[in-house]
Ligand binder design. Sequence first.
Ligand code: AMP
Length: 315
Amino acid sequence: MFNNSQILLKKIKEYKNIIISKHVSPDWDTQGSAYGLREIILDNFEDKNVFVVGEVLNKGLREIDETKLTKEIINNAILITVDVANFERVDFEFKDEVKEIFKIDHHLEVDNFAENKIVDDSAIACTQVVTLWASELNLIISKEAATFLYFGLITDSGRFLFEKTNGQTFLAAKLLIESGVNITEIYSSLFLKNLELAIWYNKAFSIAEFKNNNSIAIIKVDEDVFKNIDLGEEEIKSALSVLSGIKEIKIWLMAYKTPFNEKIKVSIRSRDFDINSVAINYNGGGHKLASGAKINNWDELNSLVKDLEILVNKK
Ligand code: AMP
């Protein structure tokens, strides 16, 4: 089904040391793809060292495997990147020093940085690509692997709601459920929020600014928010969902500055406007209806919002 399925299989067989890297500011799709793929490799191939690197989702920590890497391992390893379109966003310090790179992704192809790749930009999630690849090759998907993959599948598809959810998505879900995923446990761990998060959602809505006849809504989050609440970046960002599902709002975004980052990160969402066309002009990209960008200051945000207004008004 995928063009390079066999090549990925061959590469995994060929290398003893396999490093899997996520994108910076990880979400469940990249982390679920990385952990799921690690389990699949360990369960199906003998004598492999698999290292997952990068930041750990919502923990502000690095993956422990990074401490196990030596120069020799890195120089003789294949790096498999999951859920990352551009090289700059690959969250691995020594990405230039590996022997070769294989890319598994579902973003629009913007940066051809790997020797070989499986990229399906029609897939709602990278975990969908990993699941269907493993199934195509009849590899064992353990309950543990399936659980990681299912996390990514339901978060990136908005619980099977977003536009690109299709038959392949449900096929992946079917395979993962048949591998023993406990759906209710996953849903509880993802969507049952603690009070602090609920209070933050409420506050996030209250500070939203509405522009262009309410067609654009923005939540601006400065460093103080991160200092004053005990929530991770992904949790803070998840409050963007308070602006979704509102008829008048055609494009909604959150711009946030963490204390650990010089730049301001912007997350943009829409139901039907190609926001990716704007994001790419602001050091960003992603998908037609879900994109991210990185800007240097709050003035640049005004310019980005102006471009989004033009996009909405054009229609
Ligand atoms: P986010 O708003 O961070 O959840 O990202 C939405 C989508 O856009 C995800 O698929 C990201 O991988 C992608 N994305 C986010 N930021 C960037 C960026 N600066 N450059 C390219 N793609 C991005």
